[in-house]
Design a protein around this ligand. Structure first.
Ligand SMILES: Cc1cc2nc3c(=O)[nH]c(=O)nc-3n(C[C@H](O)[C@H](O)[C@H](O)COP(=O)(O)OP(=O)(O)OC[C@H]3O[C@@H](n4cnc5c(N)ncnc54)[C@H](O)[C@@H]3O)c2cc1C
Length: 395
């Protein structure tokens, strides 16, 4: 195990940092620190333009193979890029789903024609994607999906409802899990469809969150259509593709986020020093604990890199550990601020404009739910790492 970065990786870090520093000037300087968790609906047009700016600099899809327009960066360099991106205060990525979920899924499971049609606009920052998995009765238990799709001539016709679809309103396309064999049960008979969002058969309704932001939506499919060829993998046999996307969701993109967390922890420490609570013995201990937790995350990420295997039993702790840590950091931030946490609002942004620490507290509640809830993660650890009996599942 070597926990040091090579000279080549350090040069890559400087290149990324220098580029980000110069790109986030002028018209894009307004984006610094914006569009992150709980602030996702901010500055959509500007962030769409930012996607194209990143693309022009060759900084989208850095981990994709060169043959698909990526930069072919190693796993370590991808983490370095995520770290420098956060360090520079660059905005939340609007095409996170296209770049980290759909793209890798197509590279692994798509046909040549699908790769040629869909990958270049993701690399160019021109087509934004969203994820149509969850339904009112199918979240953790995704095999309970009821949305259905039928072949009609050269098209699929889709009926059903999805929920919690992040960025649906701003997306051009959605990857939708639908039941294409009407007689099927559970994880059989499902297909992975690529569906254009701008059409009469789709209605999108925002769901306002506790942060005041509406980053996710209810999406109603009422005779929505897509071409017959826009199915990834075999029709009725989409389960392995569906699970492939979930594996990408818990993968690389979270390995570089310690830099963002470090900035947040520093903001909590600064607030504690400023208002005197840094002298409170219990607050001091919790801050020290938070710092330890962050160091553990960093070492865990480096260890995962040095193994080059995120699917090892140890890799299973990553999601539950960072999500729980982040939720606790939010609570600590509120306790550091004390009564001020309840009344403060962001300068010049209106009565209900949250400060970044309030937003952290409120949004981090969801970290332990999306991408596999804490309870589901524990089940995975129990089964995958400890060999305990399988969690009973509906038949
Ligand atoms: C911010 C945010 C963004 C999201 N974005 C998207 C998106 O873009 N696209 C999308 O498709 N979905 C999205 N989701 C939905 C997310 O995937 C689901 O919320 C998640 O899968 C949990 O499903 P659920 O909400 O239906 O809760 P449920 O699955 O109903 O779970 C309810 C509770 O029961 C527990 N539970 C469930 N099953 C078990 C079990 N077997 N053992 C023990 N406990 C269990 C859960 O842990 C949870 O505490 C998003 C969610 C959030 C919070």
């Amino acid at each position: 195990m070597d926990l040091h970065f090579s000279a080549e990786d350090e040069a890559f870090r400087r290149e990324a940092a220098d580029w980000l520093e110069s790109a986030l000037a002028g018209e894009f300087s307004v984006l610094r620190g914006r569009g992150g968790s709980g602030d996702d609906s901010a500055l959509i047009d500007e962030r769409k333009a930012w996607e194209k700016r990143l693309a022009a600099g060759g900084w989208t899809c850095v981990g994709w193979p060169r043959e698909y327009g990526g930069r072919g960066a190693s796993l370590t360099q991808q983490v370095i890029f995520h770290e420098e991106y956060a360090r520079a205060g660059a905005p939340g990525r609007l095409n996170h789903m296209g770049e980290t979920l759909l793209g890798p899924t197509l590279i692994a499971f798509g046909t040549e024609a699908q790769k040629q049609r869909f990958l270049p606009p993701i690399v160019a920052g021109e087509e934004i994607w969203c994820q149509g998995y969850s339904e009112p009765g199918a979240g953790s238990d995704l095999a309970a999906v009821q949305t259905r799709a039928e072949r009609e001539g050269s098209e699929w016709v889709i009926h059903g409802q999805k929920v919690w679809t992040s960025w649906a309103e701003w997306a051009d396309w959605c990857f939708v899990v639908a039941r294409t064999d009407p007689d099927s049960k559970r994880n059989r008979g499902l297909s992975y469809l690529l569906v254009p969002m701008d059409q009469p058969g789709i209605t999108i309704r925002p769901i306002e969150q506790i942060t005041g932001d509406a980053e996710f939506f209810e999406v109603f499919y009422d005779g929505a259509r897509t071409e017959a060829s826009h199915v990834v993998g075999e029709p009725d046999q989409g389960w392995s593709v569906i699970k492939g996307t979930l594996a990408f969701e818990r993968g690389v993109s979270t390995l570089g986020q310690q830099m963002l967390f470090q900035r947040e922890l520093q903001a909590v420490i600064d607030a504690a020093k400023e208002n005197g609570r840094a002298s409170d013995p219990l607050i001091r201990q919790r801050i020290a604990d938070a710092w330890m937790g962050l160091e553990i995350q960093r070492y865990n990420a480096l260890r995962t890199l040095s193994n080059e295997s995120q699917l090892s039993p140890e890799g299973l702790i990553t999601k539950i550990y960072w999500a729980t840590w982040h939720r606790e950091l939010g609570k600590l931030a509120m306790d550091v601020l004390g009564p001020e946490a309840e009344v403060a609002c962001a300068a010049d942004e209106g009565e209900y404009a949250l400060t970044p620490l309030q937003r952290l507290f409120l949004f981090a509640r969801s970290d332990t739910i999306y991408g596999g809830s804490n309870q589901i993660q524990r089940n995975l650890i129990a089964e995958g790492a400890l060999g305990l009996p399988r969690d009973p599942r509906p038949q």
